[in-house]
Design a protein around this ligand. Sequence first.
Ligand code: CTP
Ligand SMILES: C[C@](O)(CO)[C@H](O)COP(=O)(O)O
Length: 240
Amino acid sequence: MTQTSQPPRYFALIPAAGVGARMAADGPKQYLTVGGKPMLRHALDAFLASPLIAHTYVVVSPEDGQIAAVLPPAGVTALRCGGATRMDSVLNALRALQGQVGENDMVLVHDAARPGLTPALIAKLIAGVADDPAGGLLALPVVDTVKRYTAAGAGGEGAANVATVPRDGLWLAQTPQMFSYALLARALGAATDAKAITDDASAVEALGLSPRLVEGHPRNLKVTLPADIRIAEMYLAAPQ
Ligand SMILES: Nc1ccn([C@@H]2O[C@H](COP(=O)(O)OP(=O)(O)OP(=O)(O)O)[C@@H](O)[C@H]2O)c(=O)n1
Ligand SMILES: C[C@](O)(CO)[C@H](O)COP(=O)(O)O
């Protein structure tokens, strides 16, 4: 008898357990109002509007007291197992989903802090990466001249140095970042320095694989600093 393998399903996983230290607001930035609703809700709504996504999961800190008020009536499940770093939050969530998400299913990890995601960008990522066993991510080519600043050593020895770094081949990583459940769980499970793994792709790269880059969009910026909120609102008010 011929064995037929099931086509993969596509799941969204939104890490939303950060504290937003650089935003320096009264509470975690994912709950700040941006464009008329909590920042996290924009990402949830983009995945809910995509016909390609089977289900959306959001991972929050065990102490989170705000998520219930942000969840839509259906289609999203909150996991209260966020960790100390983004990597820990994603890995804890993957472990909690073991058995519910198949090994060959695809997981799209997307920052709660990127409210400009659209169903079209989700579809573009899936179409661009679906046949790549190393997975992939949205990213933007660097358009500015890039400088590297090296400070003088402790005690003042050596001089500070500024040099221009060739921008060829440099891209800025966005999210979603998409991998099979099995690959992402293996990559994050093997990582030893959670602080160095600032995105999901870097854990996969550490296995010797090259995730594919799919051109994203400036509207999908990460809201990191207070000034980013106005920029995000400008994009949210513009046609998609
Ligand atoms: N322990 C952590 C840290 C971050 N995140 C999430 O990962 C994304 C990364 O964005 P980032 O700007 O780094 O968020 P924060 O860690 O909250 O910001 P900061 O570094 O300024 O504290 C965010 O959606 C954040 O909520 C998470 O789920 N768990
Ligand atoms: C995952 C990410 O958004 C890719 O750009 C980013 O690395 C996460 O934020 P951080 O500022 O590096 O913590």
